[in-house]
Design a protein around this ligand. Structure first.
Ligand SMILES: Nc1ncnc2c1ncn2[C@@H]1O[C@H](COP(=O)(O)OP(=O)(O)O)[C@@H](O)[C@H]1O
Ligand SMILES: [Mg+2]
Length: 337
């Protein structure tokens, strides 16, 4: 495995004209992801991060995904790089045959993974608001008539990678919620207002000098903006359930996230979008317990809280995220033992 990834990285570096195979001094696979072979590659005087798409994801449930999603990822990263040249990840080229690309490797004292900071219970450094602002700017840019949406006509991939494993699969385990989950699935498949990243999770967000760098855009598609918002907020809410000491701050961050995002909403009524986020969020919470990609950190007791809390909110959604967060805060106390 180590030799194989080394050879693939060396071949990609040659193909992209970044150096010769013999220049490769070290290749270290990175962990944390389930969808790719990704490695830190050391060349003389330079470190790169090289990522290849995997045909089958490393999760318990059988879950295949087309390798051309690597092109969608690179295209999303290019949009971010064009809009935020100072802070976005630097890109060094992509191979259409190897389904892999090279980018700068981020490291250093001013770099940290948002997920690690959250799980360590570290003080809020405004990450949620920063991510929301960045996302709002990218969504707004992509809603403009001059945006090139051609690389992002990926709703069938999005269905395979997101809608099916999260919503449709969860519906098979919760028959009584099948109708509202199917309605959400249809809405996500049909709406195409903005460029959706599709995996805005703290494990995919590095902070560099205080600015968020969103990685791992394999699910990028023109889609419903509510997905990115609900997907990211889901991680804050689940961590609020898991981390009592951080709970108040994480639940506050839900409203803060929306307030940082909302000023960018130019393509539709922000209230309508907020309501879609609040309707999708409980479905994604349940999907992170009973879908194909459950989060690893919830205890059985915490999973039970999610199963108790979410059905009512899926059937009768709230429309405001502050109310949603307050409701979760109230109910955690009542549900837990
Ligand atoms: N350019 C990079 N520099 C430093 N670390 C990175 C970089 N890209 C990814 N990582 C780290 O590797 C992990 C996995 O990468 P990711 O793109 O999320 O792959 P996957 O699709 O397998 O989840 C990330 O969570 C992050 O910690
Ligand atoms: Mg990832």
């Amino acid at each position: 495995m180590a030799t194989e990834i080394w050879q693939r990285c060396a071949a990609l570096i040659e193909e992209l004209g970044l150096g010769y195979s013999d220049d490769v001094l070290d290749v270290r696979p990175l962990t944390g992801g389930v969808a790719s072979d990704i490695a830190m590659v050391t060349l003389p005087g330079q470190k790169l991060c090289i990522k290849f798409a995997l045909p089958k994801l490393k999760v318990a449930a059988d879950w295949h995904a087309p390798v051309h999603r690597n092109a969608a990822e690179y295209a999303w990263l290019r949009v971010a790089a064009a809009q935020f040249p100072e802070t976005a990840i630097r890109l060094y080229g992509r191979s259409d045959t190897a389904h892999g690309f090279a980018m700068e490797y981020l490291e250093g004292r001013d770099v940290y993974l948002w997920k690690a900071a959250l799980l360590a219970g570290e003080a809020d450094r405004g990450e949620a608001r920063q991510v929301a602002d960045l996302l709002g700017r990218i969504h707004a840019r992509s809603a403009r008539a001059d945006f090139d949406s051609a690389p992002f006509q990926n709703r069938d991939d999005f269905r395979a990678l997101r809608i099916e494993p999260y919503l449709n699969y969860t519906a098979t385990l919760h028959n009584d919620l099948a109708a509202p989950l199917a309605a959400l699935a249809r809405q996500l498949y049909q709406n195409a207002q903005v460029l959706v990243h599709g995996d805005v999770s703290p494990k995919n967000i590095l902070l560099r000098s205080g600015a968020p760098v969103i990685l791992d855009a394999e699910c990028a598609t023109m889609g419903d903006p509510c997905f990115d918002l609900a997907f990211c907020l889901n991680h804050l809410v689940l961590k609020a359930i898991h981390l009592p000491a951080s709970r108040a701050g994480l639940l506050d961050a839900v409203g803060g996230f929306w307030r940082a995002y909302a000023p960018h909403v130019s393509w539709e009524d922000p209230d309508g979008l907020q309501a879609r986020v609040a309707a999708l969020l409980p479905a994604l919470m349940l999907a992170r317990v009973d879908g194909k990609s459950p989060v690893e950190y919830l205890t059985p007791g915490e999973q039970a809280i999610v199963r108790n809390l979410t059905p009512g909110l899926i059937r009768n959604p709230l429309t405001h995220l502050d109310k949603f967060a307050a409701h979760i805060g109230d109910q955690i106390g009542k549900t837990s033992t």
